[in-house]
Design a protein around this ligand. Structure first.
Ligand SMILES: Cc1cc2nc3c(=O)[nH]c(=O)nc-3n(C[C@H](O)[C@H](O)[C@H](O)COP(=O)(O)OP(=O)(O)OC[C@H]3O[C@@H](n4cnc5c(N)ncnc54)[C@H](O)[C@@H]3O)c2cc1C
Length: 413
């Protein structure tokens, strides 16, 4: 008799939350389903810590130590749970025969499939951008960026960093890099009167943080300017070369380090699956988060899914929180399906809460019922981080990781 199997592709925020939720659901085991979690990496990446990791001096952390602050081994997470982890890259999905293909591990049949493969950096075909800019999507990107900045800072008196894209990632990174550059300058010359570095944040839209409310945009813009970040909006980058970028206005901006945080798109693999895609290359889903034009047993969640808000018809934010919310919905939907019950609609929120760190111990937190800016916002951010670690890890491991990261990232404040 063939095994009954639920396959989850991608162990990021969405995939991992789905797997953890289903592993605790008695209906899944009672109906004899195996849970298989696939990822190309042996770890879960905590992306919310990447901007911090990119701004810690080598004096405080070696490369491996730094990477381990955001890469959490999946073996530690699923140790005592009924989840089988398979390390491999998803190379294809045969919807008709309900099979997935892995690059080096052959094929695997499924009864239900959850696609949670995240997103790729979108360079919008801007000439030179992919070639000359540094991305910030992985732990290696963060380590490479900090090493690059440190390397150049050693030989130059003043450093110019340009960040393209003032969404949440660009804003958090810009604020953190200002401090980092000052730390590096003080390491070189403890008696330097002031930092002579430039961090420029460029955004093509009219304001920073497109999609965020006006109050947050105003407060955060003010905070960035207070830190010394040069904020320029409404000016798209149209080309990049080895030494400078060209803006639509014709102005050329020289840089030492160029970082691109200006957009995401669906992972390339989705294009090969012959499933309906949105203009951003993400999977189009029905109100229950099932991928359109499939047999109803393939779900998509997180950054690789196109979920529009029913009122605005605009896509809901690509955040970890949304991926987790969708994951919980899909875990329940599959649980209902195996019990022969109909699947419910996914309910989007009218507005999503968020917390954005903006340099040192300052964060802007909008929790819908209240807003905080400053040190209280920063404390909220730390508590959210601890809560997430406690959700995925046994408490001693969660508490140790949280405390270790606090100490590490504090070195830059
Ligand atoms: C620098 C940065 C900072 C961020 N900060 C925040 C924040 O503070 N708060 C917040 O809410 N959101 C934040 N985000 C956004 C958040 O990380 C994403 O929205 C979230 O990770 C989406 O979850 P996901 O499960 O869809 O994808 P991911 O978490 O990206 O997971 C995708 C997984 O799929 C795996 N994968 C991909 N392709 C394959 C394949 N072919 N085969 C096998 N495995 C594959 C990947 O290895 C990865 O583990 C940040 C993003 C970045 C880049």
């Amino acid at each position: 008799m063939e095994e009954k199997r639920i396959v989850i592709a991608g162990a990021g925020f969405g995939g991992l939350t789905t797997a953890l939720a289903m592993s605790k659901d008695p209906a899944i085991a009672r109906h004899g389903y195996d849970l298989v979690l696939i990822d190309r990496h042996p770890h879960h990446l905590y992306t919310a810590g990447l901007y911090e990791a990119a701004a810690v001096s080598r004096h405080f952390a070696r490369d491996e130590y730094l990477a381990s602050s955001v890469c959490i081994p999946l073996a530690d997470i699923i140790r005592a749970l009924p989840i089988r982890f398979v390390q491999g890259t998803l190379a294809g999905v045969d919807v008709r025969n309900r099979r997935v293909t892995l690059d080096s591990q052959g094929t695997l049949s499924y009864d239900y499939l959850v696609l949670a493969l995240g997103a790729e950096t979108n360079y919008f075909d801007i000439p030179g951008l992919k070639e000359y800019s540094a991305p910030l999507k992985t732990a290696n990107d963060a380590v490479a960026l900090r090493n690059k900045i440190e390397g150049i800072a050693k030989s130059k008196h003043s450093l110019s960093i340009v960040i393209g894209g003032a969404g949440a990632t660009g804003v958090e990174l810009a604020a953190e890099l200002v401090n980092f550059l000052c730390v590096l300058e003080r390491e070189k010359n403890p008696r330097a009167p002031a930092c002579r570095t430039t961090v420029m944040l460029l955004e093509a839209s009219r304001d920073i943080l497109p999609g965020f409310d006006a109050h947050a945009v105003r407060r955060i813009t003010r905070r960035l300017r207070h830190l010394g970040v040069i904020v320029k909006t409404g000016i798209p980058i149209i080309a990049a070369s080895k030494d400078d970028i060209t803006l639509k206005s014709g102005e050329r901006v020289p840089y030492d380090v160029l970082v691109w945080t200006g957009g995401i798109k669906g992972p390339h693999i989705l294009k090969t699956l012959k499933l309906p895609l949105s203009p951003k290359g993400t999977l189009v889903v029905d109100p229950g988060l099932r991928v359109m034009q499939t047999d109803g047993r393939v779900f998509a969640i997180g950054d690789n899914a196109w979920v529009a808000h029913p009122r605005t018809k605009r896509p809901i934010p690509a955040t970890a929180q949304v991926a987790e919310q969708e994951a919980r919905h899909v875990a329940k939907a599959i649980s209902r399906a195996v019990r022969g019950k109909p699947i419910r609609r996914f309910r989007t929120m009218k507005k999503y809460p968020f917390v954005l760190a903006v340099g040192r111990k300052y964060a802007y937190a909008d929790l819908l019922v209240m807003r905080f800016a400053g040190r209280i916002g920063w404390c909220v951010k730390q508590l959210i981080q601890l809560r997430y670690f406690l959700f995925i890890l046994p408490w001693p491991r969660a508490a140790t990781l949280w405390w270790r990261n606090m100490m590490l990232y504090h070195s830059n404040d």
